[in-house]
Design a protein around this ligand. Structure first.
Ligand code: COA
Length: 231
């Protein structure tokens, strides 16, 4: 299309068009006081109402149909988590889960992977819960955005097996257990086999490779105890 137009027009005409297009790109429509504000408020109100209706009538029942023990008062927002592989999900009451999150279960194991979520758990935006054997989130756990719980690695260590698309090995898979009140900051990664003790906080961007005791602030890569938490 571009070539056809170029062949039809003189170079001076093309130059003029380019100037017009550049000028158009810089045009900013002036804000009309009150009018644009009212349109904005209407836009937000309509968008939120539609979002609320779609969540309640469509996404939430669809997602609940995939949970073996349907919880009370599940609050899903921004759609519905993507479910991949095979995983059995149990969930307590009053949980809040972002629809922009992924729950994936390892498909090569003998037992179906288990995701056990307690009461009053929040799972934020862009989380990935990769369930190898079991991931357990106890009551009041908070996962901020972009958290990755890596219960299985997805590929084997041996490069030949990896190139041949062989799956990861059972010994690379491990349970992840976040005890009551644990809070993971933005971008935290937890590796298979790790238990994080009650009330502990993992600072943003940390990579947790070993068990963490209760009541500590942890940070870094690999994550280390920064301080004891006192309330
Ligand atoms: C967990 C968090 C709140 C702790 O804050 P805090 O108690 O005020 O901790 P401080 O800022 O006093 O830091 C204590 C120490 O930890 C270190 N630290 C803080 N955050 C860190 C991180 N992400 N990685 C590594 N070290 C970190 C500080 O440098 C400081 O070290 P120092 O004692 O040698 O100076 C904070 O680290 C954090 O992760 N904030 C982001 C939370 C988040 O992701 N929220 C999203 C919405 S849920």
């Amino acid at each position: 299309m571009r070539t056809i137009v170029k062949n039809m027009l003189e170079p001076t005409q093309i130059a003029m068009i380019k100037i017009y297009l550049k000028a158009w790109r810089n045009v900013v429509f002036p804000v009309i006081p009150f009018v644009h504000n009212i349109i904005y408020q209407l836009h937000v109100a309509i968008k939120n109402s539609l979002h609320c209706i779609i969540q309640k009538l469509y996404y939430t029942p669809l997602f609940l149909s995939q949970i073996s023990s349907p919880p009370k008062q599940l609050q899903l927002y921004s759609g519905m988590p993507l479910l991949l592989g095979t995983v059995n999900i149990q969930m307590g009451n009053h949980c809040v889960i972002s629809g922009v999150s992924t729950i994936t279960g390892r498909v090569w194991g003998k037992k179906k992977p288990q995701l056990l979520i307690g009461n009053n758990v929040e799972i934020g935006w862009q989380n990935t819960l990769a369930v190898g054997s079991t991931i357990q989130l106890d009551d009041n756990v908070r996962l901020a955005g972009k958290v990755f719980l890596a219960g299985y690695p997805g590929h084997p260590i041996n490069p030949m097996d990896r190139a041949a698309d062989q799956p990861d090995l059972p010994q690379q898979v491990g349970d992840i257990h976040l005890c009551r009140n644990v809070w993971l900051g933005t971008g935290v990664i937890v590796i298979a086999g790790v238990t994080i003790g009650e009330n502990s906080i993992i600072a943003a961007g940390s990579v947790v490779t070993k068990n963490i005791p209760a009541n500590v602030l942890v940070g870094g890569n690999p994550a280390c105890v920064i301080k004891q938490l006192e309330y």
